[in-house]
Structure formats: C-alpha cells, structure tokens
Design a protein around this ligand. Structure first.
Ligand code: NAI
Length: 460
C-alpha cells in the first residue's frame, strides 16, 4: 500500500528500538520507512553497548595478562596500545554494522538518511520531504546528560562517547556518577592501569540494584584499587593545563587528567516536533501507556525516550511489540520489571526482577524470603578466581521475584535467571533442573535448592 512516500509505518530513529520495529513490521507484511540521521544501529552499536563491551573485553585480557603469574603462566602486561584497541573495537562494530545494513536492505525497508521531524500526526519530514505513515513510531534514543555549569569539552571533560574515542589511557581519571556507565568505565580504566576515583552523590554504587549488589561491587572495586567516594556530590570544576580539579561537597578538591561525566542520559526529543503536534510529554520524555501509545492515536514511542530502564534490549523488545500491535496481533506488553540488567564491570553485576527492598515494600516483611549463595562454594568461580554471590528473592511460599548476582561473568547467567522470574517459577519447580558441572550456573541451582529448603552444599 505504499507509493514513494506513503507507508504503513514510519519509524523515526534506527537504534535498537527503531530497527527492531522496522524489521518486525516488514516481516509482518507492513511497508516501512526507517529514518536515521546517523548510522543504522544507533547508540547501542556505534557509541554504546557494543564498543564499550569490546573495551571491557580488552580490559579482561589486560587483567589476565597482569595476573597471569597467579595461574603459573609467565606473561606480563607491557602496555595498552589504544590504536590497536580501536582497530579491534571498530572491526567488531564494523562487522555488525555491515550485517545489519544488509539485513535491513534485504527486507525491503526504505531507509531515509537525515533528520526527521514530526510535522503532522501521520507525517515525518526529512529535508523538506514528507513521509506519511498510517502509524509513526518515535525511537530517537538518548544523549549523555551533564550538570548545570559543567561544560563537557571532549578533551579533559568527557562523556562516555569521548571516553570511547580517547587515544590514550589517562594516568588518572575522576568518574562522576557511580551508575552503570561510571562503573563500567572505572573498571576499564583501572584494568588499563589508571588511577581512578568514582564520585557518587548517593550512598551506593548502581543505586537501582539490590543493596547487597551495590555493597559487593564497591568492596571489590576498592580491592582493585578504585577509589569509591559515596555520598559525595560534585560541587565544581576547574580546568587546569594538565587536566581537571574537581571540588566535592565539603570543599575537598581532587585532581586528575580527565573527568568522565556519567550522571545519566536524557531523552532525545528536542526538535522532534512532539509538543507542536500535541504529544504529551513528561519533562523531556514522551508519555506513553503500557502499550507504547502516545497521546496521539497514530503515534507510538519506544526505547530511551520513554521513562523506564534505558536499556537497548528494552527498546528492542518494545519495537517488536509495537510492530505486532500495529499488525493487530495483540501482543503482551513489555514489563519493565522483568527486563534483565547487566553491568559489565569487573566484577559484573546482573539482575532481573525485584530487589529485596522493593519486594518487602510490595509484599510486606513476612511476604518475602531471600537466600544468598556465596560463589566461594562454586567450583567454576573458584577456577576463575572470582568472588561474589547469587541472591534470590521469592514471595513466601511463592515464585522467585528477583535474582541478583555479582562476580566475573555472571552476566551470562542472566538468561536462566530471567526465565525463572519471567515464568514466575517456584524454586521447587526449577531446582531439579540439572546444571552442567562445573559451571557458574550451578550457583543458581544451589541457591534455588536453598530457597526451596533443601540446600546441598551447606553446613548443617
Ligand atoms: P545512571 O542513572 O545509571 O547513573 C548516574 C549516577 O550519577 C547516579 O548514581 C547518580 O546518583 C549520580 N549522580 C548524579 N548527579 C551527581 C552529582 N552531582 N554528583 C555525584 N553523582 C551524581 O546513569 P549512567 O551511568 O550515566 O547511564 C545512563 C543510562 O545508560 C542508564 O540508564 C544505564 O542503565 C544505561 N546503560 C546501561 C548499560 C548496561 O546495560 N550495561 C551500560 C551503559 C549505560
């Protein structure tokens, strides 16, 4: 039903949310225009998830080289060549980009290069050209926020995008914000040999996670030599010839080569035409109902421009959901609460579902049981030399409602954890499933046994 510029669906933004929506639309027989001012794949592929996780893998390799002697391997870490690191990272991104570009082309999706703006409830304009859709899906993503009076110059005061492009390892770095981005970059730079200080205004790192996770991460960061300053809001910045001087609450001044600003991401809605078209906003965020519908019946919004966890896989799932909704398949709404979260630092933190505190608020103190299994009893974790735990939260005599994990590589356990929480499994139902030995998955199995009242590897 499309002529050159009329489509079933016009998608604005080709990041995780937008491109997933376009692919699913085309699969369902809908004609789609996909508008993008940057590159297909968006922040996740080019500036976020993929390049940072490549960097974190390099950090793991560096740690392995540095600590090789512990395992009887004679090796040494002679340095980090950022040009080679960049080449490796770009090769990963490049391969994925090529694959995605080919995939989108093969599906008959009309890709429009340029900046789009909603000019009518069914029309997005790009460089003066109208693209009309029976439905419009806004998926314009997010940008790195800063603080009032804190000027990011990309040289000594950086966002994560600048930090990714840095052609050297800073000798010292202050990381402002102990959220996900702050923890991941603090971890990378420390592995690369930098002196790192994390400044966090709240009393804990990764404040959205279970408190036990925050504590364990802070403890292990300190063991790695990362200075973790909690309850320490930023007050002011002075740039010096050699770097930055940062004043924190109480008047203390800290110096470093660079300052990374990681105080959250804001929704990219400026100039999108939302307010002009009567779309209700919540601050800068687009307001939607649980079916991703905005206040205009023709317009949907997905991903980071909608308040909630700003995670690529949430946008991705919402994009698929909206395509199916438009196609009339009546899909199940994406529940923010069941979206898995992984912080890819060393150690990793991975979780899904409710924290213990959130479960207690919802179900009452008598309505919640928890169990924490220490990775000290897990063979594979001992082989890796990592410390941490698997913590389960269940409704008393009911399903598991939260899984929280800390330790090297625990992000890989999140698949099983999310099935357990997503299917509202009781520990007794899933504890009998056999885990391969030796794997870290066994720790999850042990925690389930303990929660079901039959712990095996526990002292009487
Ligand atoms: P965030 O919201 O996770 O953390 C920002 C931190 O900065 C908060 O803990 C906050 O208390 C602190 N802060 C704010 N103002 C401050 C001040 N004046 N002084 C000291 N501390 C201050 O945001 P972040 O880390 O920038 O990440 C942005 C988004 O990107 C998040 O939603 C995150 O989930 C997502 N992301 C996810 C990744 C993953 O899934 N692995 C990786 C990177 C980002």
């Amino acid at each position: 039903m499309s002529d050159q510029s009329t489509f079933d669906v016009v998608v604005l933004g080709a990041g995780s949310g937008g491109y997933a929506c376009a692919l699913r639309c085309s699969q369902l027989g809908l004609s789609v225009a996909l508008i993008e001012k940057g590159k297909l794949g968006g922040t996740c592929l080019h500036l976020g998830c993929i390049p940072t996780k490549a960097l974190l893998h390099v950090a793991e390799v560096a740690d392995s080289a540095r600590e090789a002697g512990r395992f009887g391997v004679r090796a040494s870490l002679d340095g980090i060549d950022m040009a080679d690191v960049k080449a490796y990272r770009d090769s990963v991104v490049g391969r994925l980009f090529k694959g995605l570009t080919g995939l989108i082309a093969s599906r008959g999706i009309t890709v429009v290069e340029g900046e789009g703006r909603l000019v009518a409830p069914d029309t997005v304009e790009v460089a003066g050209e109208p693209y009309v859709g029976r439905h419009v899906v806004l998926a314009s993503g997010s940008y790195a926020r800063s603080l009032p009076g804190l000027e990011v110059d990309g040289v000594t005061v950086l966002t994560s995008e600048h930090a990714l492009e840095l052609d050297r390892v800073p000798a010292s770095a202050i990381v402002l914000g102990g959220g996900v981005i702050g923890c991941e970059f603090a971890s990378v730079w420390r592995s690369f040999g930098a002196e790192v200080t994390v400044l966090e205004a709240l009393p804990r790192l990764v404040a959205g996670e279970d408190e036990a996770v925050s504590k364990a991460l802070a403890r292990q960061f300190k063991k790695r030599g990362i200075k973790v300053r909690l309850d320490t809001p930023f007050v002011g910045l002075e740039q010096t010839p050699g770097g930055v001087r940062v004043t924190v609450t109480g008047g203390e001044v800290l110096s470093a080569d660079v300052l990374l600003v990681a105080v959250g991401r804001g929704p990219s809605t400026a100039g999108l035409g939302c307010a002009e078209q009567g779309i209700e906003l919540d601050g800068q965020f687009v307001k939607t109902d649980e079916r991703c519908r905005t206040s205009l019946p023709t317009v949907f919004a997905v991903g980071d421009i909608v308040r909630g966890p700003q995670l690529a896989h949430r946008g991705f799932q919402q994009g698929i959901f909206v395509a199916e909704e438009i196609a009339g398949l009546a899909p199940e709404a994406v529940a923010d609460e069941r979206i898995p979260r992984v912080t890819y630092s060393e150690p990793e933190a991975a979780s899904v579902g409710l924290t213990e505190a959130a479960a207690r608020t919802r179900f009452g103190d008598d309505g919640v049981e928890t169990v924490t299994y220490d990775l000290g009893g897990n063979g594979k974790s001992q082989i890796l030399g990592t410390q941490g735990f698997v913590k389960l939260v269940r409704r008393t005599d009911g399903p598991v409602v939260g899984v929280h994990m800390v330790g090297s590589r625990v992000g890989e356990l999140i698949g099983e954890a999310q099935l357990i929480v997503g299917w509202e499994a009781h520990p007794e139902d899933v504890a009998p499933f056999v885990h391969a030995h030796p794997t870290q998955g066994e720790a999850l199995g042990e925690a389930l046994l303990a929660l079901g009242g039959t712990p095996l590897h526990a002292h009487a």
